[in-house]
Design a protein around this ligand. Structure first.
Ligand code: CTP
Length: 400
């Protein structure tokens, strides 16, 4: 299943590191080539020699070694893999990843890689449930990092609860899914995301507060289920996930053109972008200057094409499933239900973006999934979890 796949396995310093030795064996049994990296703390739990013997590979350690650097630089090491796996991912490693630290070999590789990253967290239950760890988890999921586990059960520290690293077969399955082979394998899904910028002149524009976090998390979740994802993004404040086809656009018109090019081959299309409803019709080709009169320039607006409605109402080349989002501040379900019918899409994911909810630009979302015959209210969840549930539903719909 993993024949010739190259996996960079970063082993963190936790008691679960002993399971990582077995993980090396099981990944190799599936045909993968595993290059282990041990953090300094990991060496307290497993020896470099055992990791090296099981991997039949050189082990990279958290020592600054000029010989290593001459043989294979850390940038190259981070990119030579098909997938980077962190197991166990300790609370400390997760915090470093979320904050972008690069002060040892493991964290530097994680910053430098352009490949997908899968983490298998393992820590004491209180540490897992701590607000800081949950915050970091939401950040990592928003960054498109895949997560397997942790499981619930008796822990080495004597406590009980979530925090135990997933069992090895489960991690191997997650590696398989991350490298393709999930329920969306062979399916093409298009996702729009982020705000659009509508120019006023070469230096000014009209925009909205969308961060692109929900669309980004959704693209990552669809990818994790094996989909080929075309990710058409406006100027978002979060980076696009690795392992998806990224098309960067700025304006609604550019987004409409990019969607038009990609949509015909899509099995599903999800419109998570916060597209500007209007563009400035009298935008200036050169910077507008004050003329000293105290009069402000009058902007004239023209309505942008409705990208979602255009695709939903296609008679030829319509994806089987067309999903819109509805950002509402009042009468969320009623407005979104009417919007679904008006635009002609199959589902609408409605959310309340009133300022007091903190949803727009925040890390959590509370959505209602509206289809032709139901309005399903989901609890308030991290955007990564909303994305995973939605991706799962999309997989089920396309399997029918
Ligand atoms: N959308 C789109 N193209 C547009 C406007 C919106 O594709 N020009 C999509 C969004 O990506 C989203 C859905 O339409 O999936 C709903 O967008 P929203 O802004 O909530 O609705 P509007 O159509 O703008 O309706 P209203 O202004 O009445 O809320």
């Amino acid at each position: 299943m993993l024949a010739n796949k190259r996996i960079l396995l970063i082993i963190g310093g936790g008691i679960a590191a002993f399971k990582s030795l077995d993980l090396i064996r099981r990944l190799r049994e599936q045909g993968a080539c595993v290059t282990p990296v041990l953090t300094k703390a990991a060496e307290e739990f497993v020896t470099p020699l055992s990791a090296s013997a099981l991997a039949a590979q050189k082990v990279y350690r958290d020592l600054f070694d000029l010989t290593d650097e001459a043989e294979m630089g850390h940038i190259e090491l981070s990119r030579a893999a098909d997938l980077v796996v962190v197991a166990p991912a300790t609370a400390d490693l997760m915090a470093k990843m979320a904050q972008g630290h690069a002060n040892d070999l493991a964290s530097t590789l994680l910053m430098a890689t352009d490949k997908r990253v899968l983490i298998a967290p393992a820590m004491n239950v209180r540490m897992w449930e701590h607000a800081a760890t949950q915050r970091n988890l939401a950040i990592l999921q928003g960054d498109g990092i895949s997560v397997v586990g942790p499981d619930e059960g008796d822990m080495a520290c004597g406590e009980f609860g979530p925090g135990r690293m997933s069992e090895v077969p489960e991690i191997v399955a997650a590696v398989g899914a991350a490298l393709g082979g999930g329920p969306l394998q062979g399916k093409h899904v298009l996702v729009t995301s982020g705000p659009t910028h509508e120019p006023i002149d070469p230096v000014r524009y009209i925009a909205n507060r969308s961060s692109g976090a929900q669309g980004t998390a959704l693209a990552a979740a669809l990818r994790d289920l094996g989909a080929r994802v075309t990710f058409i993004t406006g100027p978002a404040s979060v980076p696009p996930p690795a392992g998806v086809g990224v098309v960067r656009v700025e304006t609604a018109a550019e987004m409409a053109a990019a969607v038009d090019t990609a949509v015909a081959s899509a099995d599903a299309a999800v419109f998570a972008a916060a597209v500007a409803d209007w563009r400035v019709e009298n935008a200036s080709g050169s910077k507008m200057k004050k003329d000293g009169s105290g009069n402000a320039p009058a902007l004239e607006f023209a309505e942008n094409p409705d990208i979602l409605a255009t695709v939903a109402q296609r008679t030829a080349g319509r994806p089987r499933l067309v999903v819109g989002f509805a950002a509402e501040t009042d009468d969320v379900v009623a407005n979104a239900t009417a919007k679904r019918a008006r635009k002609g899409c199959d589902w609408i994911v409605a959310n309340d973006v009133s300022p007091e909810t903190g949803i727009m630009g925040g890390s959590e979302n509370r959505v209602v999934l509206i289809s032709q015959d139901a309005a399903e209210e989901w609890p308030r969840l991290p955007k990564g979890e909303v994305a995973r549930r939605l991706a799962q539903r999309i997989a089920e719909a396309l399997a029918d």
